[in-house]
Design a protein around this ligand. Structure first.
Ligand code: ATP
Length: 463
């Protein structure tokens, strides 16, 4: 019997005990809302990023990857509007001195009390303050109702550069990767002889001084984004917007994510430059929340960069000779948020026939950190052969090796990190050159010749 009775606490504790994700700077008491990926976690995250790149660059016609600098000319952030308007409405609790986002306080209150029809995105600061006052919304930490007025809280991390102390320029840690794609529009178009419609993709770190980070890796101050900007003609914008909605959905389903836990959510209030925008939400243990966004950004970004840089962002259509600034359809997803989705979705507690419960991560094999683990039945007798097999397989894929504890215990450890195949080396290996391969999900065993093991595993881990 299987059950996905997943809570955030269970995921956090599994991640810590099995080397998936640790608290950042843990030996110094941690550093609020930073997380370090461990040996197992970094493999899963890299596999997620590889899968995304495969779908949005490798298999996408006319899509090109870039890896732009994190630190950019400050004018970029003036052009994008971040220096003036990238902020959140912050309120401090006067009692316990904790900081909160006013919009989140209202949203959580409405969802708890089943109040429909409140569109926080459309509220002014004054309306939010009034709502919080009227409903006597309490501080989620201390339970008291005593907040400061709302103040806009800047989300960009600032730093400075300069050779001498009094000659410094303020620069920013990028809060999104998107601008790296926009500022390279001309470079990519010319160097790759790209014709509109074409896309630029990037995976990279972004930093936001979030007021209320939390819920493990759901919202952190440093995270990775996977973004794809599709440059198209104005008349094609809605066609591509819908296409990317579908592509984004198919990508998630292709990772094995349960479709019943996914839904589209149109934005209630559009940014001034956006023509259309929606999120795909996932039903996390904390409730339905944004996993990724798809936006029709019109030609706002390139127009602004043209204005601020003085460089023409016009595209000349080589067939029709039309000249125009392309529209942009943006698809953006957090690699860490997707990692959390994948973990929550794959987590199972299964009651076995012998009455025991096993925890198993039913990851799609191509996302699994190790594709297989080699287990000698008896260390002394089968260890040498097992090690040789491990050395061979490790040339082709991440392969674990475990010789300590009972075979049952070793299976459980591999189940918990989602290893799809456990290869047991026993007397039959020594006598007949065969191993048994146990499938993580069905727990059925196949007998396979040693020379066929590599292809057996590889063929089941394709993406
Ligand atoms: P949210 O409403 O959750 O703050 P957002 O609408 O500001 O997100 P975008 O700016 O559209 O998010 O960023 C695109 C994606 O980047 C999000 O869908 C999410 O997957 C990821 N992301 C954004 N902020 C964070 C964060 N602080 N921590 C982790 N991932 C994030």
């Amino acid at each position: 019997m299987e059950n996905n009775n997943v809570t955030m606490d269970k995921i956090v504790s599994l991640c810590k005990s099995r080397g998936i994700i640790f608290q950042g700077s843990e030996i110094y008491g941690g550093m609020g809302n930073t997380w370090d990926y461990g040996p197992v976690g970094v493999e899963i995250k890299n596999n997620i990023k590889r899968a995304w790149w495969k779908k949005f660059v490798q298999e996408s016609e006319n899509s090109f990857g870039v890896d732009a600098a994190i630190l950019m000319n400050s004018k970029v952030w003036e052009a994008s509007g971040h220096t003036t308007s990238f902020s959140d409405p912050k309120m401090d609790c006067k009692e316990c001195k904790t900081r909160h986002r006013a919009d989140n306080l209202i949203e959580n209150y409405c969802s708890k009390h089943k109040i429909d029809g409140v569109v926080v995105d459309k509220m002014t600061n004054e309306e939010m303050e009034n709502f919080i006052e009227e409903h006597k919304i309490a501080c989620p930490v201390c339970g008291k109702h005593n907040f400061t007025p709302i103040r806009q809280f800047k989300l960009m991390f600032e730093t400075s550069r300069g050779v001498t102390q009094d000659n410094t320029d303020t620069i920013y840690l990028r809060p999104e990767t998107a601008q790296g794609e926009f500022v390279n529009f001309l470079n990519v178009q010319r160097s790759m002889r790209a014709k509109v419609p074409f896309g630029i993709a990037q995976i990279g770190k972004a930093f936001r001084n979030e007021i209320t980070p939390g819920n493990f890796i759901f919202r952190t101050i440093e995270f990775e984004q996977m973004e794809h900007q599709l440059f198209c003609k104005e008349c094609d914008d809605e066609k591509f917007y819908n296409l990317y909605k579908q592509k984004a959905w198919n990508f998630l389903v292709g990772l094995g994510i349960d479709q019943t836990k996914l839904r589209f959510k149109d934005h209630d209030k559009l940014a001034h430059y956006a023509k259309n925008a929606c999120d795909i939400q996932y039903n996390f243990p904390i409730g339905w929340s944004e996993l990724n966004g798809i936006h029709n950004r019109t030609n706002y970004d390139l127009s602004r960069h043209q204005e601020f840089s003085g460089k023409s962002m016009m595209y000349l259509d080589p067939i029709t000779n039309e000249k125009y600034i392309p529209y942009v359809v943006e698809y953006s997803i957090g690699a860490d948020r997707l990692m959390l989705t994948v973990l929550c979705d794959a987590y199972r507690e299964e009651k076995l026939e012998d009455g025991e419960t096993r925890v198993v991560l039913k990851l799609a094999p191509f996302l699994a950190p190790y594709k297989a683990c080699v287990l000698p039945l008896i260390k002394k007798t089968h260890g040498e052969k097992a090690k040789a097999l491990h050395t061979l397989l490790a040339k082709y894929f991440m392969c674990d090796y475990d010789e300590s504890g009972s075979i049952g215990k070793r299976y459980r450890r591999q189940d918990e990190i989602g290893t799809p195949f456990a290869i047991t080396v026993d007397d039959d290996t020594l006598n007949n050159g065969t191993v048994t391969i146990r499938d993580r999900d069905t727990m059925k065993q196949d007998v396979v010749k040693i020379k066929d093991v590599k292809n057996y595993i590889l063929s089941k881990c394709e993406y």
